[in-house]
Design a protein. Structure first.
Length: 127
């Protein structure tokens, strides 16, 4: 009986460790994708819509790596876009531009779709 309980504890810890690794991997994948997209699109006239299109990436990551990885990845991607794609500015009017508003829409779309399609706890049932 003790061996069975110990086996379940190890199995539970192993599953938890795998979930942590999967979550970190998903966040890193999303951040790397945001960096690559920023580099590719930083000198185009369409960079304002990049975050809106990119919103699909955190949702896909949430599907494969868990909800937390998609949400954290979306926030970090928005920070990457804000700093490296649109650049810091001292002009307050620039923050009202379409490009900066698209960051908010990206976060809203990523969070909403991730929660609707992959609600918290849903990954527990995928054994």
């Amino acid at each position: 009986m003790e061996k069975h309980l110990a086996g379940n504890a190890i199995s539970g810890a192993s599953h938890q460790a795998a979930q942590i690794v999967r979550t970190i991997g998903g966040v890193l994948l999303t951040v790397a994708s945001a960096g690559a997209v920023t580099r590719i699109s930083s000198h185009t006239q369409f960079k304002g819509v990049v975050p809106l299109i990119f919103a699909v990436v955190p949702v896909l990551v949430a599907a494969s790596c868990g909800l937390l990885s998609g949400l954290v990845g979306a926030v970090l991607s928005a920070l990457i876009f804000a700093h490296f794609l649109f650049g810091p500015t001292r002009n307050l009017g620039a923050y009202a531009s379409f490009a900066h508003k698209s960051l908010g829409w990206m976060l809203l779309a990523s969070f909403t779709l991730s929660y609707l399609l992959f609600p918290p706890g849903a990954e527990k049932h995928h054994h």
